[in-house]
Ligand binder design. Structure first.
Ligand SMILES: NC(=O)c1ccc[n+]([C@@H]2O[C@H](COP(=O)([O-])OP(=O)(O)OC[C@H]3O[C@@H](n4cnc5c(N)ncnc54)[C@H](O)[C@@H]3O)[C@@H](O)[C@H]2O)c1
Ligand SMILES: O=P(O)(O)OC[C@H]1O[C@H](O[C@H]2[C@H](O)[C@@H](O)[C@@H](O)O[C@@H]2CO)[C@H](O)[C@@H](O)[C@@H]1O
Ligand SMILES: [Mn+2]
Length: 443
């Protein structure tokens, strides 16, 4: 079987070790000849890369490994670019989450004003690495995790319509794993076949069946009605804020019991609850939790490997976040025709929704990319919510392309998470100040 060459863009990411371990774990179905890391922060990347260098030398010496900040070195001779950059890093995520709070609106990484600010930073960064890929490895595929995936996907649709980029998200993967646990399915989520529709971080399951075609929705709904997506309330491996999110799915589900919701809908259906909950500790948001936990844990594990000179018994862990990107790469490499949720241009897959919208729906993935599964007409409730949200995302891309203050004010004003045009303007003016080093100049 063909051996692939991969560059991980955002090599200094806290998720990089998990992806490397997942790649090694699945090397039988997706063999690799080369792994490279690319980042624009040499110091951050070096800490992760030097640890992964030791791990790979010990566990997979046949794989060529290198890391660089030089685009030509990074993007030459690759089959896949696995992209998970965070433009502005956690310092800017913290601002995305805290600035809206000053104005009575919740702050979040990818949703509401925080997601809009993040999108205005990410578009340039993702286009830059996509252009590097097309320059140095034009036949490669970019498998993009960089967030906010909805805005990044709309920007690449508009500005790089012919690019070989597939935008993905692992939130449905994580929720489906929980559904499978609720159902006690032996092979986890892979024992399910789902129909799902929406935008990224803004979607619903409308049909879930086992491989024999039996309807699994009633049993899952009965659980979610009582417990949300919480499986074990005492699971020490789940951070408290994530446990809250899984529990809140109960109230999100109550609004439309005909479907099962993505957890992110809580931000749009209960923005008041989220703000009140987060405003109990406005100086300590999710970004602070991630810096105190995941970032500290991953970089401490990397340092431990380098200090000891071995990755034996190291604390690096693979996670489901990584398996999805491997599934996608394998499906393309082996023309597997695997059924996967992707963020793709609608073009009629959802019959009564904007054909140019980037929607998250099941696709069949093979060597030439993907084919969309037809969803048909969606209900008025979801259609109305999605039309508002997709318009926000499109206005953000308009603002980025045209350097338009007016369009970005409209995007914030239109968001279901912002109460008025005056609050939107106050948040916008603060975000402009904080993002001077990252956003295009607005006029
Ligand atoms: N799509 C999904 O479902 C999903 C799931 C998890 C994480 N993510 C995303 O993955 C990304 C990484 O997350 P993280 O928490 O590990 O972030 P992180 O800050 O730990 O790592 C991001 C890396 O990207 C680098 N970077 C920033 N701008 C860059 C640029 N212009 N070019 C090259 N490198 C650049 C940074 O230096 C950093 O090393 C984020 O965008 C996050 O939102 C997406
Ligand atoms: O607050 P964070 O940085 O921990 O998570 C934000 C991301 O959350 C989702 O990804 C989760 C995924 O759903 C879960 O199964 C597990 O793999 O961890 C991931 C990262 O926590 C979401 O899909 C991403 O877009 C967010 O960036
Ligand atoms: Mn996601």
């Amino acid at each position: 079987m063909k051996k692939s060459s991969i560059v991980i863009a955002g090599g200094g990411s806290t998720f990089t070790p998990g992806i490397v371990l997942m790649l090694l774990k699945h090397s039988d179905r997706f063999p690799i000849r080369q792994i490279k890391f690319y980042d624009n922060d040499a110091e951050r990347q070096k800490k992760i890369a030097e640890a992964c260098k030791i791990l790979l030398a010990e566990r997979a010496p046949e794989i060529a490994f290198s890391y660089t900040t030089d685009p030509e070195e990074a993007f030459t001779d690759v089959d896949f670019v696995m992209a998970h950059i965070r433009v502005g890093k956690y310092a800017m995520r913290e601002k995305d989450e805290k600035i809206p709070m000053r104005h009575g609106v919740f702050g979040q990484e990818t949703c509401g004003p925080g997601g809009i600010a993040y999108g205005m930073r990410s578009i340039g960064g993702v286009l830059e690495i996509l252009d590097y890929m097309e320059k140095y490895s034009p036949k490669a595929w970019m498998l993009n995790y960089s967030n906010p995936a909805a805005i990044v996907a709309e920007a690449t649709r508009r500005l790089r319509p012919d690019s070989r980029i597939i935008n993905i998200c692992d939130m449905p993967v994580g929720i489906e794993e929980r559904m499978a646990e609720i159902l006690k399915l032996p092979n986890g989520r892979k024992d399910m076949e789902v129909r799902y529709y929406g935008l990224n971080h803004f979607g619903w399951w409308c049909d879930i069946r086992d491989k024999q075609g039996h309807d699994l929705m009633p049993q899952i709904k009965a659980h979610v009605k009582e417990h949300g997506y919480v499986v074990n309330p005492n699971d020490k491996n789940v951070e408290a804020s994530w446990q809250d999110t899984f529990a809140k799915a109960k109230d999100v589900y109550a609004v439309d019991p005909d479907t099962l919701p993505n957890t992110y809908l809580k931000y749009y259906l209960y923005p008041d609850y989220v703000f009140q909950h987060d405003n109990e500790h406005p100086d300590h948001t999710r970004a602070n939790e991630v810096m105190e936990h995941r970032e500290k844990h991953v970089f401490a594990a990397a340092k431990d490997i380098v200090d000891k000179g071995t990755a034996k018994d190291c604390a690096f862990e693979a996670d489901d976040h990584a398996s999805y990107i491997v599934d996608l790469a394998e499906a393309i490499t082996t023309n597997q025709k695997a059924r996967m949720l992707l963020i793709v241009e609608n073009n009629g897959a959802i019959a009564n929704f904007d054909p140019t919208a980037m929607v998250e729906i099941p696709c069949i993935v093979g060597a030439n990319g993907y084919e969309k599964i037809s969803i048909g007409k969606i209900p008025q409730f979801q259609k109305g919510l999605m039309e508002q949200q997709v318009s926000v995302e499109k206005l953000v891309v308009d603002a980025w392309i045209n350097g338009s203050y007016q369009k970005l004010w409209q995007a914030l004003t239109l968001s279901k998470t912002v109460p008025s045009a005056s609050v939107a303007k106050a948040i916008l003016d603060d975000l402009i100040e904080a993002n001077k080093a990252y956003w295009p100049e607005l006029h």
